[in-house]
Design a protein around this ligand. Structure first.
Ligand SMILES: C[S@@+](CC[C@H](N)C(=O)[O-])C[C@H]1O[C@@H](n2cnc3c(N)ncnc32)[C@H](O)[C@@H]1O
Length: 286
């Protein structure tokens, strides 16, 4: 059900959103109207949006890889550019499957620093037979992730990086997706207010050079990855060389892929010893 206001109400909403600085006021009004369940609910949502809350927190969902991902206030909103990481991971998993004499194995997929669980929720259906585990340190994120990965039968744990994962996953993970916080501490203040004010610092601040959490992830990754398994982590183009160094120092073979269209950079680290190999080209068109 939606609140469905007719002409004047709709245009009043658009005018209000535009006055509040919403560049895509028409689109936002349409989404708010179709999501609100009552006129009073719609009025409250318009107030929240006009007061500067991120659209996705007001709606209660974000679009990611064609899915509606539940996001409650205070939880990191999945970014469109992260769809590039999902595509890369899906391509690697398919390639590994193709090398198993045509037989699709059950892929062990871990979404570390999962936030809303968007990456795991989008990847799982793309991989077919999958065993999905997701971890986040933030209880609100864990609550959202549980809703979002339920369809894939995923399990979500609250805790610090690998700490809450079952020990039986050691040496078995085929795809380790880790979209960790990577904004350098000194640059957090430069983020747009919607991120700086409405998303938790633990989701954004990656320490002095932005790579503190990544270094902890890469140090333990070889212990958890299967031979030939892949770690995928998003970074900025500027940070990519140092992120690749961090991946290599953990004992993985790094490579960097970039999508100009999505302005997205992903570092892939592969544990040596498996049958899998890197794709022939270094940038997969999106
Ligand atoms: C940049 S957000 C990415 C969220 C999600 N993967 C996505 O792409 O939408 C980083 C996430 O890492 C989580 N996080 C930060 N430090 C963590 C830690 N030590 N252990 C587990 N999760 C952590 C934050 O709570 C946040 O949800």
């Amino acid at each position: 059900m939606s609140a469905s206001p007719s002409g004047p109400d709709r245009s009043a909403i658009v005018t209000r959103l535009r006055a509040a600085g919403c560049v895509f006021a028409e689109d936002e009004a349409r989404m708010l109207i179709s999501t609100a369940r009552t006129p009073a609910g719609l009025a409250a949502m318009v107030d929240q949006r006009a007061a500067g809350q991120p659209l996705e927190h007001v709606l209660g969902w974000a679009e990611f890889c064609g899915l509606r991902i539940a996001v409650e206030p205070g939880v990191f909103i999945p970014r469109r550019r992260t769809e590039f990481l999902v595509r890369q991971a899906a391509a690697l998993a398919r390639q590994a499957g193709a090398q198993q004499a045509g037989a699709w194995q059950r892929v062990v997929l871990v979404d570390l620093c999962c936030g809303s669980g968007a990456v795991g929720a989008a990847l799982a259906p793309a991989l077919g037979r999958v065993e999905l585990h997701a971890v986040d340190i933030d209880p609100a994120a864990v609550r959202c992730a549980r809703r979002n990965v339920a369809a894939a039968g995923g399990r979500v744990y609250q805790g610090d990086l690998y700490e809450p994962l079952p020990a039986g996953l050691r040496g078995r993970i085929g795809i380790l997706a880790a979209n960790v916080p990577y904004v350098p501490t000194g640059e957090v203040g430069l983020l747009p207010p919607e991120a700086r004010i409405h998303e938790p610092m633990v989701a954004l601040d990656g320490g002095g050079d932005g790579l503190d959490v990544l270094r902890r992830v890469t140090a333990a990754a070889p212990l958890w990855l299967a031979p030939g398994g892949h770690l995928l982590t998003e970074t900025s183009e500027r940070q990519a060389p140092r992120a690749a160094e961090a991946v290599a120092s953990g004992g993985l073979v790094p490579r960097v892929v970039h999508s100009g269209e999505l302005n997205a950079t992903v570092v892939i680290g592969t544990r040596p010893g498996g049958q899998t190999s890197a794709p022939a080209c270094n940038s997969v068109p999106y």
